[in-house]
Structure formats: C-alpha cells, structure tokens
Write a protein that binds this ligand. Structure first.
Ligand code: SF4
Length: 434
C-alpha cells in the first residue's frame, strides 16, 4: 500500500485559490476570509483583523523562520506553550507542544499552569475558549488575529438574541408539566465566547463534534426542543441519529423574519437549526464517495459530521477529527481510507501511516482559509515579542462573558460524553508527527 501525499503546490486544476499558502499577510487588510475554502463566505465587519506583520518576518525565508522560532522557544522554555490544531500547516505543527482538536487543546493548556503564555495555533474561537479556561495571569495569543472561522461568524449574539425572543413569543417561557423548558440553546464549540455565555445564561450547553449526541440527549431531558447553532449540518446529522425527522428540524435563517418560519412550521419542531455551515466540509459530495468506491472497492469512507446529511449517509462512518485519527491509527490491516475533512489533517495522516492508502475525498486541494492564516512568520513574531517582554495579539474574553460561558462548558463536561471525545487527553506532538 502507498500513501497519497497531496500538497497545496500540487493542486490539480484547482478551483480553490491557495494563495494564502505563501503570503497570508497580503490578505490581512483585505476584507473577507481570503483564498481557500471560505473565499466566498461573507465576513462580518466585526471580524478581527490583523495589523501589519513587520517586514523582517514577511521577508524571511522558511528555514530562517524555523530557526528563529526554535531559538525563541529555547529562550522562553516552560514560560510558553504552543498548541497546534490538527488542521494547521506542517510548518506550524512542527513547533507545537500539543496537537489536538479545539477542546483537547484548551484542556492541554490547563496541564501547564505555570506557562505565562499560551500560543494557540488555531482560530479565534479556540483562543477564546483557552482564555476562558486559562489560569489567572496567563495570556492567550493568536498569532494572526484574522484567523477567525467563517462558520462561527455565521451566528452572532444580536441575531441569536433576536431569534430567542421570537421563539419565546411562539413557545412562551413556562416549563411543561415535566418541568422541561420550552427551548434549550445548544452551541457548537465553534462559536464566539458570547454565544457560549448566552447558553450558560439560558439553561443551555456547549457541544463538540465528538459529544453532540450526548449533549442533545442532555438537552432533551431538560427541554422540549433545542435551538442549535451555528452548524446546521452537525445539528441535523446528530438529531437524525436520534430519530428526529427532517420535518421536525426547521431552519432558522437569521436575516429573515421569524427566521423564515411561521408559528405553524415551528409547532412540531424538536431541533431548530441555525443556517450556518463550514465551507471546508460542505465541499464533500455523494458523487465523490461513489467515485472513491468505484476506484477502490472496499474503501473505508469516513467523513466529519459537519458534512451535509446525504454525505454522512453515504459514508461508512462519520466522526470528529479525533475519531478519524483514531480510526486510522487503530487499523491493524493495510486499509484504503477516503476521508472527508480538512486537507492538512488528511495529508498528515497519509504521511504518518504509509502502510495505508489515505486520500481526501475532494480532489481539489482546498485548505481552511482561516487555519491557513497562521504562517511561521506570525509565530516567529509573537514568540520573539515574548522574548522581548511584549505580549502581542492577546485574545481576552471579558470576565462576565467568561463566567457565563464557563457554566455552559462545565455543563458539557458534566454531561459525561463518551470516552476520548471531549476527554482532556491530548497528543504531545512528538508521538503524532513524523
Ligand atoms: S474547518 Fe470549517 S469550522 Fe473549522 S475553522 Fe475552518 S471554516 Fe471554521
């Protein structure tokens, strides 16, 4: 068996502009998410922007940046911890102390309470979560502030508050005879801190792609229905697995009156789905799965639950990034895997496991626009600034927001998700990256 090593540079007849790969600073002052999967998503005006990266970091060759990052790490020692999300480019992962998904990394930060700075090589909502869970006095740094998340940006606090008020008008505010609230708000981890806080204030909870089913069950014990944001696909796929029908899952479109619904369409709702999506995962299609099966009979198709429901239905398995990694690492026989998730993670799995044939379902190599904003130039800049005693690009969640958000996160932990999902187990990079 051979591994398939797709690279950005080798993108065949790509419809996805990979320009962020070499010079993401070219896009820091340009509105929008820049090239990559989210290129056509509309970024809200409030999305954080990155200031000008000093020229010495923009112009330095890759090997020089690598050496400067290493030198700064050596100088800072245990004063700093660097976290790398699975979707980061390899040049960044090479410097990470821990590799994991968003919640695993937030937990990883808690294992190093003496670190003064947590450098989060991921996206904005992840840095916010790390700050919520951080010890007093720890600074959380996002190397490029323009590394947001187009899906997280599809739900903002004003739109959610407005939807909530409309739903209270329809359903009232009183619990039923069993003490269940009319609506329980559930937010995906991929959301801004103020939405997690909204859930904390309103009897709601946070979920991850690993524990969404556990969390929905928790919510239905306490409520008659759920408002699920921002990812419609994770909400739909999870609710479907619990036997909830499409008719019981109306969509809430934030820019329409009553979310595009009427009291009648909302009457039988069990899960009200926010009109949000991940532009990385919506690229995967049923046709791609059919082609993979035709090309590789016996192929094992695994997709992320942020994919549309028909894709999840056509796959053999669906699961979080942690699930996908585990499926590959625990396969004892040489296996052909067709995977529907972010390309950097798929390429890394292919390189780490040459005994298997591993490829991305999408033949067009299209990275997450926002994850790709983190380039070694920014990492060198934030680390060398720390060496000089300067904290740049700090992400801070106001205390009142953090307190409410923590309530929703703690409810998630208490909901006892399945093992190895939101577990604080993290992967030291040395054991996972070749
Ligand atoms: S992969 Fe999708 S959900 Fe994850 S950061 Fe990128 S746009 Fe957001």
């Amino acid at each position: 068996m051979t591994s398939v090593n797709l690279t950005i540079a080798a993108a065949p007849e790509s419809a996805c502009d990979p320009d962020l790969a070499t010079a993401p600073w070219d896009f820091d002052q340009v509105p929008g998410y820049g090239p990559g999967a989210s290129a056509n998503d509309v970024a809200p005006p409030s999305a954080p922007r990155q200031g000008t990266l000093p020229a010495e970091y923009r112009e330095a060759p890759e090997d020089e940046l690598h050496a400067r990052i290493e030198a700064a790490r050596a100088e800072l020692g245990s004063r700093v911890v660097v976290l790398g999300h699975y979707y980061q480019r390899d040049e960044i992962v090479a410097h990470a102390d821990f590799l994991g998904d968003s919640f695993q990394l937030a937990n990883a930060a808690q294992t190093v309470p003496d670190a003064e700075a947590i450098v989060f090589c991921g996206v904005h909502f992840m840095a916010e979560t790390a700050d919520i869970l951080a010890k007093p006095g720890q600074s959380v740094i996002l190397p490029n502030l323009a590394a947001g998340c187009s899906m997280a940006d599809m739900a903002d606090i004003d739109s959610v508050e407005e939807a909530w008020a409309s739903l209270m008008d329809v359903y009232g505010t009183e619990p039923d005879a069993d003490g269940r609230q009319p609506v329980i708000p559930v937010t995906y981890m991929n959301s801004a801190a103020d939405l997690k806080a909204f859930c904390g204030r309103n009897g709601g909870i946070v979920c991850t792609s690993s524990n969404a089913e556990t969390v929905l069950k928790w919510a239905f014990e306490r409520g008659q229905r759920v408002l699920f944001f921002p990812d419609q696909h994770l909400g739909r796929n999870t609710a479907k697995a619990l036997g909830i029908t499409e008719e019981q899952m109306p969509m809430w479109s934030p820019f329409q009156r009553m979310g595009g619904n009427t009291p009648e369409t909302l009457a039988d709702a069990r899960v009200i789905l926010w009109h949000g999506f991940c532009s990385v995962h919506k690229r995967f299609t049923v046709d791609q799965i059919a082609k993979a099966r035709a090309d590789y009979p016996g192929v094992r198709v695994i997709v992320h639950p942020e994919c549309p429901a028909p894709v999840v239905d056509a796959a053999d398995e669906a699961g979080s990034t942690a699930y996908i990694r585990r499926a590959v690492t625990t396969a004892t026989e040489p296996t052909v895997f067709a995977i529907g998730t972010e390309i950097n993670m798929v390429n890394r799995l292919a390189n780490e496991h040459p005994q298997h044939t591993i490829f991305c379902l999408d033949p067009t190599v299209c990275p997450c626009s926002t994850m790709y904003r983190i380039h070694p130039g920014y990492l060198a800049w934030v680390l060398e600034s720390l060496v000089k005693g300067e904290v740049v690009n700090q992400v801070t969640v106001p205390d009142d927001v953090a307190a409410d958000a923590k309530v929703a996160l703690e409810r998630m932990l208490a909901a006892k998700p399945p093992a190895a999902s939101t577990s604080p187990v993290v992967e030291p990079v040395a054991t996972t990256v070749a």
